[in-house]
Design a binder for this molecule. Structure first.
Ligand code: G3I
Length: 453
């Protein structure tokens, strides 16, 4: 209980001690004291709790609620509202509105003076965002990273009505598929492909080779380098062959460029297959499927010029050698402050200059770049997130249509994003609230698409 309330109670007890006398008849003659009104509590978008400390002799209390502090126009439901308790939940209110409260006490027919006036402003509840099915606004594939176990009920409905493309968040990675030499588990990935087929969606398959999704038996493989390379070749042939005709594209290699100097990451693949491992993997994939689109995918290349240039150089080298490399995935794990629209445009156009397909492949926009532990997703952050989503989508849609591959959001609802766990703080980076309702950012993406049409 707060010090303020305790002080109020002590004050009242003192008042009563002074006024009370042994003779109950004298007590009966004392006028009933005005209640002491406390600050309103539990304030929501449509209610709050009024609480007061009343005269011990009072038999009931009368509560007035008004939108004006002179109580000229008192709410009909709360005009001399009679209560016997010393609190009242005031409900049925309008959001983002100031209300004034006063209370009087009754002792039989005698009415006390009014308490002091307190006020409460109900919380601003933004109007619900419009329902705009993104996939109906454009022929550009609008994707989401999903997990097969979630694709049911209202969640599955939201995914299929909003998106026209799917990426498996983990089910089509090596750690899930490659369960042992010559052993493959396609069941999790097949579930996502089946959901896509049932809902007229394409699949962007992710990812054949990624240093963070390498099974232990491969990390610890004791055979020769050539035997290791043969294992990778067989894996890629098997997996790309399994999904041939079922997926539109593959991230063949993910995150192979280091963050320091644009060199190759020191991964088991680079160690065992040499610097040319990326080209070899693209060749293996093409051998297994002559039609599937082949991408290189990496993070921070939307704004890390060194890393972007190194990535494009790897792709250009393959192009120059006649090795198919169709596109580049900009993962795009961004935040509300960064990068600028100009940086986004410059980076994406560098890929266009190489004639590449551009995939905004893992888009999410953090609202908590400072990793504050107690952040609240308020209207201001929602607006800034909407603006950044619009910048990314608008700059992407400014590219020549033949270079636009897809926009994929890395998740559906905020509560299932990988970001909070990754940054160790709350965040709300996606397009939908946890109740599957669209956020302002979703409306922003829809408007950016509509304006580009
Ligand atoms: O492995 C279990 C699986 O056996 C189980 O059936 C399933 C039930 O939900 O859970 C699986 O657990 C974890 C899975 O996410 C689902 O939560 C995996 O252990 C965990 O490694 C996996 O994390 C994924 C991570 O990549 C590693 O694959 C994240 O969801 C996914 O968001 C993240 O995505 C990466 C991109 O691939 C590349 N770019 C960065 C991005 C974020 O790290």
């Amino acid at each position: 209980m707060s010090k303020k309330i305790l002080l109020n109670i002590v004050l009242i007890l003192l008042i009563y001690n002074i006024s009370c006398t042994d003779d109950s008849s004298e007590e009966d003659n004392n006028p009933v004291a005005a209640p002491i009104l406390l600050d309103p509590e539990n304030i929501s978008g449509e209610s709050f709790t009024a609480r007061w400390l009343g005269d011990a002799t009072a038999t009931s209390h009368l509560v007035d609620i008004s939108k004006d502090e002179n109580f000229i126009d008192i709410l009909s439901d709360y005009n001399q509202k009679s209560v016997t308790a010393e609190s009242l939940v005031v409900s049925g209110l309008v959001d983002n509105t100031q209300y004034f409260i006063r209370v009087a006490s009754l002792k039989d027919m005698e009415k006390s003076e009014y308490s002091s006036v307190k006020s409460a402003r109900t919380i601003d509840i933004p109007d619900p965002e419009p329902e705009l099915a993104l996939r109906t606004l454009t022929d550009l594939p609008i994707g989401a990273a999903v997990q097969a176990s979630r694709l049911n009920g209202s969640y599955g409905q939201r995914v299929s009505t909003t998106h026209s493309s799917l990426t498996a968040e983990f089910e089509m990675k090596m750690k899930t598929i490659f369960t042992g030499i010559g052993e493959y588990n396609f069941t999790p990935g097949d579930a996502i492909v089946e959901f896509a087929e049932a809902n007229d969606m394409q699949v962007h398959a992710h990812a054949l080779i990624w240093h963070l999704s390498t099974p232990d038996f491969l990390e610890n493989f004791s055979g020769t380098d050539q035997e290791f390379e043969n294992l990778i070749r067989d894996y890629i042939h098997e997996v790309v062959g399994h999904y041939k005709g079922k997926v539109a594209s593959w991230d063949v290699v993910n995150e192979a460029v280091n963050d320091e100097n644009g060199g190759l990451r020191n991964s088991i693949y680079q160690q065992r297959m040499g610097d040319d491992f990326i080209a070899k993997c693209f060749q293996f994939a093409r051998e297994a499927d002559p039609d599937v689109l082949l991408f290189y995918n990496d993070y921070n290349i939307m704004f890390d010029e060194t890393k972007l240039d190194a990535s494009l150089s790897i792709i250009k080298d393959m192009q120059d050698r006649g090795i198919d490399a169709d596109g580049i995935g900009f993962q795009s794990h961004l935040d509300i402050n960064f990068p600028t629209r100009n940086t986004i445009a410059t980076s994406l156009n560098k890929a266009v200059d190489l004639g590449l397909l551009v995939h905004i492949s893992e888009l999410d926009i953090k609202v908590n770049p400072g990793r504050e532990q107690n952040i609240e997703f308020n209207t201001n952050l929602a607006q800034r997130q909407r603006t950044k989503y619009i910048e990314v989508v608008e700059e992407f849609l400014r590219l020549p249509r033949e270079n636009q591959f897809a926009i994929t959001i890395w998740g559906v609802i905020d509560g299932q994003s990988w970001i909070p766990n990754f940054i160790g703080a709350p965040d709300f980076p996606l397009l939908f609230n946890d109740d599957l309702s669209p956020k302002s950012a979703h409306t922003g993406v829809a408007e950016a698409i509509q304006n580009a049409n």
